[in-house]
Design a protein around this ligand. Structure first.
Ligand SMILES: NC(=O)c1ccc[n+]([C@@H]2O[C@H](COP(=O)([O-])OP(=O)(O)OC[C@H]3O[C@@H](n4cnc5c(N)ncnc54)[C@H](O)[C@@H]3O)[C@@H](O)[C@H]2O)c1
Length: 301
C-alpha cells in the first residue's frame, strides 16, 4: 500500500510512521516543517525510510504531485493551535480547509482509494459529556470550525465521488516527540524537567480524556483496513475522564515527589468536563485503547 502522510514530521506523524514501520507500507511524507522536524524521522533510522517531500498543503500543484500513485492519504497536517486560530482565523482556514480541499481534489483526480482525516474533539464545543458522534457540533474556535468543515468535506467526497473517507476525532493526546506542543501533558513534562512548579488555571477539577499517541496510531491503522467505516466520523479517545488534579497525582507518584502547583483564576471559555464515548469506534473499527494513563506517563517520563 502506497501511503501519503501529510504532517508526517509532527507529533502524531512521527509516532505513526514508527508504529506502521515493519508493515508492508511504502510511506511518503508531505510536510512544510512549520512545527514538525525532519530529524525526528531521520533519527528513527528505519530500514525502509519514508520519502520526505518538503512542501505546503496550500500549494495545489505540490499536493497534486505528491498524491499521484498513492493508494491512501492520511491527512494530519494542520494549524493545530486553538489560540493561533483565534489570532489568525484566515490562516487557520487556508491551511485546514483549503489544504484539505487540495488533498481531496488530488485524491479524486488520481483515483486514490482511501482518505483518513485527523479531526478533533474541538468540533464538539461545550457539551455534556461523554461526547459522541451524534451530538450537534458547536465549535468554540476557528480551529474547531475548520476541523468540522474538514469532516463535512470528507462526507461529501465519499457520497459524491466514492472516496473512502474516515474522520477520526482525537481527544487530548500525549506521547513522545511532543516537546513543541503546548498541550497540558507536554507542558507538565517540560516543567518537571525544568523543576518548575506547575501553573493550573482554575481549581484543577476540570476533566479531560487523555489518550496515548500509540492508541491513535492503532485507530489510524484500523482505518486503513476497515471495510465498513467509509464516510463515517469516530471519537478516538481513552473513554476515561481524568481531572487535572488526578493527572498531577499520577505524575507525582511517577517522579516520587509531590509536584508543587500554583492555582490561578480559571480562564474564560475553558470547558469544565470533557471525555468521549468510544463505543462506535469499538463496534465498527474494533478499536480498543491499550495504554493506561499511568503506564503511558511512566513511559513518557
Ligand atoms: N495533538 C493533539 O492533542 C491533537 C488533538 C486533536 C487533533 N489533532 C490533530 O492531529 C493532527 C496532527 O497533530 P499534531 O499534534 O501531530 O501536530 P503537529 O503540529 O505536531 O504536527 C503537524 C504537522 O503538520 C505540518 N504542517 C503544518 N502546516 C502545514 C502545511 N500548511 N503544509 C504542510 N505541512 C504542514 C507541521 O510541520 C507538522 O509536522 C492535526 O490535524 C491536529 O489537528 C491533534
Amino acid at each position: 500500500m502506497n501511503i501519503l502522510i501529510t504532517g508526517g514530521c509532527g507529533f502524531v506523524g512521527v509516532n505513526l510512521v514508527k508504529y506502521l514501520s515493519g508493515n508492508d507500507y511504502t510511506i511518503t511524507i508531505l510536510d512544510n516543517l512549520s512545527t514538525g522536524e525532519k530529524d525526528y524521522i531521520e533519527k528513527l533510522s528505519l530500514e525502509k525510510a519514508p520519502n520526505i517531500i518538503i512542501d505546503d498543503i496550500r500549494n495545489e500543484d505540490a499536493v497534486a504531485r505528491a498524491v499521484k500513485g498513492m493508494d491512501t492519504v492520511i491527512h494530519l497536517a494542520a494549524q493545530t493551535s486553538v489560540v493561533d486560530s483565534i489570532e489568525n482565523p484566515r490562516e487557520s482556514w487556508d491551511i485546514n480547509v483549503t489544504g484539505t480541499v487540495n488533498l481531496l481534489e488530488a485524491c479524486r483526480q488520481n483515483n486514490v482509494e482511501r482518505f483518513v482525516f485527523a479531526s478533533s474533539n474541538a468540533v464538539a464545543g461545550e457539551q455534556v459529556p461523554p461526547i459522541d458522534e451524534k451530538m450537534i457540533p458547536q465549535p468554540l474556535s476557528p480551529y474547531g470550525a475548520s476541523k468540522l468543515t474538514g469532516e463535512a468535506l470528507c462526507s461529501a467526497y465519499y457520497h459524491s465521488f466514492g472516496l473512502k473517507t474516515i474522520a477520526l476525532r482525537f481527544a487530548n493526546l500525549y506521547g513522545p516527540y511532543s516537546d513543541h506542543k503546548t498541550s497540558v501533558i507536554a507542558k507538565f513534562i517540560e516543567w518537571i524537567k525544568a523543576e518548575n512548579p506547575f501553573t493550573v488555571f482554575g481549581d484543577g477539577n476540570q476533566t479531560r480524556d487523555f489518550v496515548h499517541v500509540d492508541d491513535i496510531s492503532q485507530a489510524i491503522q484500523l482505518s486503513l483496513e476497515s471495510q465498513k467505516s467509509q464516510g463515517e466520523v469516530f471519537q478516538i479517545a481513552s473513554g476515561k475522564e481524568t481531572s487535572i488534579n488526578d493527572l498531577i497525582e499520577i505524575l507525582s507518584e511517577a517522579v516520587e515527589k509531590q509536584l508543587q502547583v500554583n492555582y490561578k483564576p480559571g480562564r474564560k471559555g475553558e470547558i469544565t468536563r470533557n471525555y468521549s464515548d468510544i463505543s462506535k469506534a469499538r463496534k465498527m473499527l474494533d478499536f480498543e485503547p491499550k495504554i493506561e494513563l499511568k503506564e503511558g506517563l511512566k513511559r513518557l517520563l
